[in-house]
Design a protein around this ligand. Structure first.
Ligand SMILES: [Mn+2]
Length: 264
């Protein structure tokens, strides 16, 4: 018997203002106190990019335990950086699996627009599907169950009702558990997006191109004839290994991977 078809999400449409000439996509910076170089690279890009808009497609933060943390320390620096950026150009934020608790108060303070996951961005006479990507990693069933739970109103209300120190402790435990599970997977066998469900989303949304992050495996793939997905790079300028930082820039008839801006 055939598997029951995965329920399709709603595809919110966002029409770019006609004046926009250039749109930047980035994701998976996993910013924290221990990533000062990555933070600086993003701050510089947000100040110097020539794009009219920057769309952040999830996991901007390594963890976000509630908007009440935004007034202190590293989280306060991030709030200030985003507020400065949004005073210069449109900045949109889509929740990832690490920072889905970024709330209305934080975004309002920063002047950043919330982006639905998934959504369809309409610009330059074309339609582009945008998502963080984790909702399509269907082969990881325990993760999908965890995702349903933590995205529920009930879980979030209960979590946010706890003191900040307690929330930080729970977040650290969840992260340690997720690192442990990841370390058990063989390299190259990391969970990727389900191909059939991805094609179904793209057909339902009427989008020949799809931009997402989450997997940290930047590449351009043909999903099916006429359907292309562009996987964003993660950013990491702070840990040993090859430094990574990349922006996907959309202009009329053109999607290109570029280095972050360092000057105007
Ligand atoms: Mn992610």
């Amino acid at each position: 018997m055939a598997e029951p078809a995965q329920a399709l999400p709603a595809f919110t449409e966002f029409a770019a203002p006609a004046a926009w000439r250039s749109i930047d996509f980035l994701s998976d910076l996993h910013l924290s106190e221990s990533t000062p170089r990555t933070f600086e690279a993003l701050a510089r890009h947000l100040r110097c990019t020539e794009a009219d808009a920057v769309f952040i497609l999830g996991d901007l933060f390594e963890v976000w335990v509630g908007d009440d943390a935004r007034h202190e320390g590293f989280d306060a620096s991030c709030t200030a950086m985003l507020a400065e950026a949004s005073s210069q150009r449109f900045v949109g934020f889509m929740a990832g699996n690490r920072d889905f608790l970024v709330g209305t108060e934080m975004l309002a303070d920063c002047g950043v627009e919330r982006l639905d996951d998934p959504m369809v961005l309409i610009a330059f006479g074309e339609r582009l599907l945008l998502s963080h990507g984790d909702a399509l990693c269907l082969s990881d069933q325990p993760y999908q169950e965890f995702r349903r739970e933590v995205r529920s109103e009930r879980w979030q209300q209960r979590f946010l009702a706890q003191p900040l120190t307690q929330r930080r402790r729970i977040a650290a435990e969840l992260r340690a558990e997720s690192e442990r599970l990841k370390s058990q997977q063989q390299p190259g066998k990391w969970v990727d997006l389900d191909a059939a469900a991805t094609a179904a989303w793209m057909r339902a949304a009427g989008t020949p191109q799809f931009v997402h992050g989450h997997t940290h495996m930047p590449a351009t793939h043909e999903v099916a004839p006429g359907l292309t997905r562009h996987v964003l790079s993660d950013w990491d300028l702070d840990h040993p290994g090859v430094p990574r930082a990349q922006v996907l820039r959309w202009q009329r008839d053109r999607l290109a991977r570029i280095a972050p801006a360092t000057s105007q």
